[in-house]
Write a protein that binds this ligand. Structure first.
Ligand code: NI
Length: 182
């Protein structure tokens, strides 16, 4: 079921979410389906349970239509991650643009660990671990921040790099035109 996504300002987005204890409950099955439906409907890169008002440490991200014949077509496989644990592989940070379904219409530059190892449980309650970098690493950090009540603007170092997506796109187009005319 498609659920409404809470927006920044709703205090439920600022809670530290609770770990999942029962991996066989029908509530968890239903939650995962709602997260998938809602993320697909809004064309999101990821979604965390707190964003639909559920106080559990569950995130989904990546593309469900990952095609194994074209592994390069999707850099982030469709993933369910429950009770995650993240640790950086190095202390190298990387700046990159992010948006969030709870902060609609806006975009900002956020520093993240460039490379990290994450672990947690899948939909069947099986433990798994991955070492990732770049966009995949960024998405995991963004989604798992939601489980600790952190929204990406709270991580930004320079609010001059924060703006409405359509204005930023417009500005980028204009600067390309300026370059062409020179
Ligand atoms: Ni988000």
């Amino acid at each position: 079921m498609i659920r409404p996504v809470l927006r920044m300002g709703d205090p439920r987005l600022l809670r530290v979410a609770q770990p999942v204890i029962d991996f066989s409950s029908s509530e968890l099955v239903e939650l995962l389906q709602d997260l998938r439906d809602t993320m697909a409907h809004l064309d999101g890169a990821g979604l965390a349970a707190p964003q639909i008002g559920v106080d559990l440490r569950v995130v989904i991200f990546g593309s469900e239509d990952f095609n194994p014949r074209y592994p390069d077509a999707s850099p982030v496989p469709g993933t369910v991650l429950i009770n995650p644990h993240l640790e950086p592989v190095s202390d190298e940070l990387e700046e990159g643009w992010e948006g969030c379904l709870s902060v609609p219409g806006l975009r900002g530059i956020v520093p993240r660990w460039r490379k990290l190892r994450y672990s947690g449980f899948d939909v069947h309650g099986r433990h798994f671990e991955r070492t990732v970098e770049g966009f995949h690493a960024r998405v995991v950090q963004h989604e798992c921040d939601h489980l600790d009540g952190v929204l990406y603007p709270m991580r930004m170092r320079n609010l001059a790099n924060f703006g409405f997506t359509d204005e930023l796109d417009h500005a980028a187009e204009n600067s390309l035109i300026d370059e062409d005319q020179q």
